[in-house]
Design a protein around this ligand. Structure first.
Ligand code: UDX
Length: 456
């Protein structure tokens, strides 16, 4: 099939690459000419394992090309995918300006029947606006259909996710459009949910909001574990083995971040209020997520005090999760900013997110290290803020020798409590009654008082 993919961010670039790998002829379009030139040269604008090889190979086999000329891309295609960004605006709603601008341009360039498919995450009713905008901007009467085909890709594993998706959602009010899109996906052999436009739009938000709810739920249980002498990893394991619950998205930590969950949860809440409904549970999910980093920092301030000037702290992890260079809405970055604000000097390392972090954090009281061990040198404490696998396998005796104090704050539960404590570290994690928490509890009841008064 002949496809055009507008927008070469995570969704668009991965989509274009995989569609072409399935044998389709794909043109990727972006207004950013520097980005297009880079991609053509095989240089990926994002860190996504496996992506570069697929892009380069399909360009070589002439199934995949890139242009800044949207009209050229549209003219070529039977199906046009809109994959531009929908960031959060000041009111919590999704900013649809890029989607609507593209729809207008599509209308202006349409000369024959095509299916226009929105992959960008857009609130209920947006595809109807897209349809109207295209119709209003047609230069001559042309038949076309719109469809919603949300993606469920996770950053860092999006290539794999697109190839082995659990399901494909296709929403359209046109049976012809549904048929054309089904042809594109049937070979995957996984379930295809065919539905109306609005249900498809909502499936995406409801899925992300539900996963975010799972995370906030387990993070709340973690708070109880820490106080009630239970262990969150064991509790999550015991819960997750129930097939009705499932083991995924039950990892407690300092909260969810990234380019999707925070904005999609806020946008769904906004949709509910727009529909005169107060989605109370979602309000709680957002509030809990915001609080998680302070629950983590509470142990830091109770142990080290609120004034951290003169302290040198080592930080492992800056990306919003492991396996990505993305720092958008990264809780790790927020924690770093708070620690710096309390006067600490920081040494930081992330396997992929150093460049992006430097642009956001600058160099004021932060030095950027080449690896985990450089971070540890003479640091008064070590923080683990992103779940990169390599942080879970750090050499603990080397760590102990390098740190000025054997003190670890693990915001992602990456280390084995027993092992760390047996080696003489004071250890804090999330949802675990570690020796660090015991120390605080014993000290002078400050811990209980602070917790009871919510004064931290
Ligand atoms: C998410 C959805 O998973 C994906 O389907 C959608 O298309 C885009 O949004 P992504 O943002 O790439 O994908 O990251 P994901 O792996 O879902 O993690 C989101 C955040 O939740 C990260 O900050 C992660 O660290 C956190 N998380 C995830 C937890 O804190 N605990 C968990 O158990 C799982």
């Amino acid at each position: 099939m002949k496809l055009c993919v507008i927008g070469t961010g995570y969704v668009g670039l991965v989509g274009a690459a995989i569609f072409s790998d399935w044998g389709n002829e794909v043109i990727g379009v972006d207004i950013d000419s520097a980005k297009i030139e880079k991609i053509k040269a095989g240089e990926m604008p994002i860190y996504e394992p496996g992506l570069a090889e697929i892009v380069v190979r399909n360009i070589g086999e002439k199934r995949l090309s890139f242009t800044t000329d949207m009209a050229e891309g549209i003219a070529h295609a039977e199906i046009v995918f809109i994959c531009v960004g929908t960031p959060q605006d000041d009111t919590g709603a999704a900013d649809l300006s890029a989607v609507l601008a593209v729809a207008k341009q599509i209308g202006e360039s349409l000369t024959d029947y095509k299916v226009i498919v929105t992959k960008s995450t857009v609130p209920v009713g947006t595809n109807e606006r897209v349809y109207e905008l295209i119709r209003q901007n047609l230069k001559s009467p042309v038949e076309f259909d719109v469809a919603s085909n949300p993606e469920f890709l996770r950053e860092g594993s999006s290539v794999e996710d697109m190839r082995t998706t659990d399901r494909t959602v296709i929403g359209s009010n046109s049976p012809k459009a549904l048929g054309i899109l089904k042809n594109l996906y049937t070979h995957l052999g996984t379930p295809i949910v065919e539905c109306d436009l609005r249900s498809a739009e909502l499936i995406k938000y409801a899925s992300n909001a539900f996963l975010a709810t799972k995370i906030s739920f387990i993070n709340e249980i973690a708070q109880i574990c820490e106080r009630a002498h239970a262990d969150i990893s064991t509790v999550a394991k015991g819960m997750g083995l129930d097939s009705r619950i499932g083991p995924k998205f039950l990892r407690a930590g300092i909260g969810y971040g990234g380019s999707c969950f925070p904005k999609d949860v806020a946008a769904l809440y906004r949709t509910s209020t727009d529909q005169a409904y107060d989605f109370k549970l979602l309000r709680g999910v957002m509030e809990v997520n915001e609080r998680m980093k302070y629950n983590f920092l509470k142990n830091v301030t109770l142990h080290l005090g609120k004034n951290l000037s003169g302290k040198s702290l080592g930080v492992l992890g800056l990306a919003f999760k492991g396996d990505t260079d993305d720092i958008r809405d990264s809780v790790a970055i927020e924690v770093v900013k708070v620690l710096r604000g309390m006067g600490a000097k920081l040494k930081v390392y992330d396997p992929q997110a150093m460049y992006n972090s430097k642009r956001v954090l600058g160099e004021d009281n932060i030095s950027y290290c080449l690896d985990s061990y450089e971070v540890m040198e003479k640091s008064d404490a070590l923080f683990i803020l992103t779940d990169w696998k390599e942080f879970g396998t750090i050499d603990l005796s080397r760590t102990k020798n390098l740190l000025a104090n054997p003190l670890i704050f693990d915001g992602r539960n990456m280390l084995n409590v027993e092992k760390v404590q047996n080696m003489g570290f004071v250890y804090f994690a999330v949802g675990k009654r570690t020796n660090g928490v015991e120390l605080l509890a014993e000290k002078d009841k400050v811990y209980q008082k602070a917790v009871l008064n919510n004064d931290h």
